[in-house]
Design a protein around this ligand. Structure first.
Ligand code: APR
Length: 314
């Protein structure tokens, strides 16, 4: 059987780290694409030269155009500007919408049957750009954000309780921004709701810190945004799709009535398998949780409303 082929667009921090994880995780051959001449080629060669030492058989090549990407099974889109201190993800929208439109349109011409995983921010809006430009059904345009947001919440709970991150399960819904909706009610430590294990005060502090997303990392780094945890999130999605594992993972999905929301990308738990997004998993929400999710989706929809009307029409 042929090895899966994965295109990673953007050979910056997120893209190169993703290529590193995908190849060393034996998930497939990787084509790294970037506008910077020599950078994707150099990083791909460097990554490939690790293969004899770490024992993987995945080929890595770099390119400045899309010829080498033809016939990819998965396209991971990471190209675009990253946040600097003082910037919100929405501040990136106009510049990144142009980059995403160009990269997605050029890449899908070479890989009509691929599954697109979006990473570029503002995530939910960029998913909509990719959906319009590619013309792909919603099963094949999926955003990586919820895994990262829940991973952050899991990490904070593990730190607070002094337990392994493996024992903590968390759920965060909504847009990948300030109005994301961490759900303590569905967050457990070895099956026990965290609401029974931590004081309301400690839990509120964790929820708040989770909702800040990578803001604190942007402040610490000063020159860019998070990339190790985002790349790990992409790895988990690609793994579930390529190995048809059907994991339930929180991802940005184009909702069609689920949770009472329609025609908007928002983070919800969904099943990822060989067909891409194979179904939305709908836990029951309280009236308050539902209101927060709708508010978050409303914020995403407002940003989507600012996209140029002719996007994807030519
Ligand atoms: N085509 C291909 N590559 C491009 C294009 C383009 N049109 N425009 C920009 N790039 C490349 C840049 O040359 C750079 O190498 O995208 C890369 C971005 O890398 P970084 O600046 O290191 O940014 P990174 O931290 O990887 O974040 C990328 O992911 O998580 C999100 O918010 C983050 O939107 C940002 C994206």
């Amino acid at each position: 059987m042929k090895k899966p082929k994965i295109t990673v667009i953007g050979a910056g921090n997120v893209g190169a780290t993703t290529a590193h994880r995908l190849s060393e995780g034996h998930l497939g051959d990787v084509v790294l694409v970037d506008v910077l001449e020599g950078v994707p080629q150099g990083k791909a060669l460097d990554l490939y030269q690790a293969a004899p030492v770490v024992h993987h058989d995945c080929m890595l090549v770099g390119a400045n155009d899309y010829e080498a990407t033809a016939g990819s099974d998965i396209i991971v889109m990471t190209a675009g500007l990253a946040r600097k201190p003082g910037m919100s993800r929405d501040d990136l929208q106009d510049a990144n919408a142009k980059i995403v439109a160009e990269c997605i349109s050029r890449s899908v011409r070479k890989s009509r049957d691929s599954i697109i995983i979006m990473v570029t921010n503002p995530l939910d809006v960029m998913c909509e750009v990719a959906r319009r430009v590619s013309g792909f059904p919603r099963e094949r345009v999926i955003g990586m954000a919820g895994i990262l947001d829940t991973a952050r919440m899991r990490a904070f709970i593990a730190m607070e309780m002094g337990v392994s991150t493996d024992s903590v399960f968390a759920l965060v819904l909504g847009g990948h921004g300030d109005s994301m909706v961490p759900l303590p009610r569905y967050t457990t430590v070895s099956g026990v709701p965290v609401t029974e294990l931590l004081s309301k005060e400690r839990l509120d502090a964790i929820v708040q810190r989770t909702a800040q997303g990578g803001g604190e990392i942007v402040k610490l780094l000063k020159t860019g945004s998070a990339y190790y945890a985002p790349a790990a999130g992409v790895y988990e999605m690609v793994d579930s799709i390529i190995r048809d594992r059907k994991k339930i993972l929180p991802c940005a999905v184009y909702l069609q009535g689920e949770f009472g929301l329609k025609d908007v990308f928002v983070g919800v738990p969904c099943k990822l398998g060989a067909e891409g997004m194979e179904g939305v998993f709908q836990p029951k929400l309280s009236a308050e949780e539902k209101a927060l999710l709708h508010k978050s989706a409303g914020d995403v929809a407002a940003q989507i409303g600012k996209l140029p009307a002719d996007l994807g029409k030519n």
